[in-house]
Design a protein around this ligand. Structure first.
Ligand code: EPZ
Length: 417
């Protein structure tokens, strides 16, 4: 297991290129199951989760080719309807194959994903939606066994906005008989990106990006060649890093429209942010102001940016209330930040952060993807050396993160253990 070692105290300066979005690439790669023939995907980030997805798809009988950030997939030979526990436990987003397998093979056997560090992560809304489309769903020995001779369009109401739930049901509905209406659908840019790709493939989806999505079933979909959108969470992570280190960083290939809540909160915290097309310049302020943050479904402040923002507030000039409303256990990074001197008190879904002048470097343990990113950020500003262990969590969602940070002047290196 590798670790990352950081000498704190450097201000980040320079340009950083934002990679393709993990959470857009995952459902889009899976959507290839709905077609026969070669699909080409460019700007795919080189991440562990992408490798897991490609392994999962090839296990289903799909041909795959990977060349750096370009992935090609031909699902003409799809024959296996089963996603095993061994694959699903590594990446819960594997449940996204449920919808397409039902649409293509009329059956699917997918391991229940189980929980993860940040919460129970149930998929009841996915399954209830598939049942509404006429699938028979059984839970046996830790697996979902789904069957559907013919998926029929229906109205589905999500009692909470679920990103992959919306994506799963969109993919199940695109070739169903008749019209499907998804109500209280997730509005994330990654949902819109998937809908755009499905429409390019011949689907008839309207309203993606709003909370009501209307899908008119079609008989066939066709392979496409598409570019994956930029990763708004990677971009947000580097923006916080620039503010944190009082640096001056230019993000390239970013999408400011996907980052409005993060930009708003960073400006309130004192950062100077200039936007010019796909370039976002962030200049950190001498004094970081304490502000309150509450995570919400898009377009609210993203839960995937909560840990990173908490690091900024831990060295701000006052009191900050950070509420996590999406996941029930997403303050795991707090105990590690406390070991670096942060003053954080957690009560239920709210963390009260009292800013201190300086964090101090320490050996810390990564637990989940975004918590790991927050420990890297803390190391960048801490006095002395910080050692982040179990960085495989980071590699799931950040492409060459230590190279990108050292390109901005950070004293950071990866050590193979
Ligand atoms: C997606 O997860 C993202 N993953 C997550 O990013 C992100 O944190 C999350 O959306 C919220 O924005 C991918 O897109 C691959 P949800 P997802 O279903 O779809 C509850 C990262 O760091 N819920 O929107 O699994 C659920 O427990 C990852 O890249 C049900 O109760 O999240 C949670 O409390 C972490 N039943 C809330 O809804 C269901 O059937 C939102 O979850 C589904 C969800």
């Amino acid at each position: 297991m590798d670790k990352i070692i950081i000498e704190g105290g450097r201000s980040l300066k320079g340009e950083v290129k934002i990679s393709g979005a993990k959470n857009a690439a995952l459902p889009i790669l899976v959507s290839s199951l709905l077609t026969q023939g070669w699909n080409t995907y460019t700007n795919v980030p080189n991440l562990r989760d992408i490798q897991s997805t490609i392994l999962l798809l090839s296990n289903l009988g799909v041909k795959t080719e990977v060349d750096k950030n370009t992935v090609r997939i031909d699902a003409g030979g799809l024959f296996n309807h089963e996603a095993s526990y061994d694959l699903v436990r590594k990446m819960r987003a594997s449940v996204l194959v449920l919808g397409p397998l039902l649409a293509r093979l009329k059956k699917a056997r997918v391991s229940l994903p189980g929980g993860c560090a940040i919460g129970a992560r149930p998929i009841n809304l996915h399954l209830r939606g598939l049942a509404r489309l006429g699938a028979s769903i059984e839970l046996k020995h830790g697996y979902v066994e789904a069957k559907a001779d013919r998926l029929k369009g229906n109205e589905i109401y999500f009692n909470m906005a679920t990103v992959t739930g919306t994506e799963n049901l969109m993919m199940a509905a695109v070739m169903a008989e008749g019209t499907t209406i998804l109500k209280n659908a997730a509005r994330e840019p990654e949902v819109v990106a998937l809908a755009d790709v499905l429409n390019l493939m011949g689907a008839r989806i309207k309203g993606a990006g709003t909370s009501t999505i209307v899908i008119k079933g079609v008989s066939e979909l066709y392979p496409v060649s598409v570019k994956i959108i930029s990763d708004r969470i990677e971009a947000g992570t580097f923006m916080v890093a620039a503010a944190l280190t009082k640096g001056d960083v230019m993000l390239l290939n970013a999408v400011p429209e996907h980052l409005e809540a993060v930009i708003h909160k960073l400006r309130l915290a004192g950062a100077m942010i200039d936007i010019d097309g796909q370039r976002i310049r962030v200049v950190g302020a001498e004094k970081i102001s304490s502000i309150d943050v509450k995570t919400l479904p898009y377009p609210g402040f993203p839960t995937d940016m909560q840990a990173q923002f908490m690091v900024l507030m831990s060295v701000a000039n006052g009191l900050s209330m950070i509420s996590e409303t999406i996941f029930e256990n997403r303050f795991i990074h707090v105990s590690e930040l406390r070991r670096m001197g942060a003053n954080i008190k957690v009560t239920g879904d709210t963390a009260l952060v009292t800013g201190i002048p300086m964090l101090s470097g320490a050996p810390v343990m990564a637990t989940d993807l975004r918590a790991s990113a927050s420990l890297i950020l803390a190391g960048l500003v801490a006095r002395g050396t910080t050692e982040v262990n179990r960085v495989y969590h980071l590699d799931r969602g950040y492409e060459a993160i230590e190279k990108k940070f050292s390109g901005l002047g950070a004293a950071i290196k990866r050590v193979k253990v």
